[in-house]
Design a protein around this ligand. Sequence first.
Ligand code: SAM
Length: 243
Amino acid sequence: MAASPRAFILRHTRLRPVPGLEEVRLHLADEVLPLWHAVQAETGDADAPLPYWAFAWAGGLAIGRYLRGHPEVVAGRRVFDLASGSGLCAVAAMRAGAAAVTCADIDPFAAAAIEANARASGHRAAVILRDVLDDELPDVDVVLAGDCWYDAGLAERVLPWLHRAQDRGIDVLVGDPGRRYLPTDELVELASYEVRTTTELEDLELKQGNVYALRPAGARRIHARGPVPETASGDRRDGWREG
Ligand SMILES: C[S@@+](CC[C@H](N)C(=O)[O-])C[C@H]1O[C@@H](n2cnc3c(N)ncnc32)[C@H](O)[C@@H]1O
């Protein structure tokens, strides 16, 4: 890697208000493919992940809107932002008065973006740069899971982890625009928002972003660790356009 991830992010993004959530400012990019190619060149890795961290995803936007209207969900509490990306949910939680926020992502650029974005809001976030889904649960009060259901492998592992968190007494909020692997049977909708994203990522600029809680343990459809059932994908559309 030629430059630090932080320097790379500052060079390839612009700090700006998030549409519909203007109080949150993030380092965002306009176009996904040129940035992805720049990441590939920077890392020398043709299989480098897409720069998820340079965009505010519809699921995270929905959680941000929800926390704006319901700050008591996180105020004074310890929050964990799973699959944090840009840190959108984390920054929204900080602004809503969270006592402490920890973020987890597997992408080193995401870790740097989260730090830069938290700092731009005058906050600090602890960042765990690894896959935590087989780890012990964090000692927190609330887990935020914004836009985690776009990938079958991730979806299969996120739900059991969130169930474990719920069983431990941790509040769980899921934000999602109806991605292919969203296990709607396991969720209870709390709110729905029209969120503005970008056709760089989605089929439409305006998406319906929903916020969910998990079904209570006694009302779960899935009780054992296992794959998300085929029926969970239903006829929902996956917003990601292959480039
Ligand atoms: C679609 S983005 C969502 C980002 C953010 N939550 C939002 O809503 O804007 C998904 C993020 O999940 C991260 N991710 C993928 N697999 C992961 C894993 N096993 N553990 C933690 N993060 C993961 C990716 O690196 C990416 O940043």
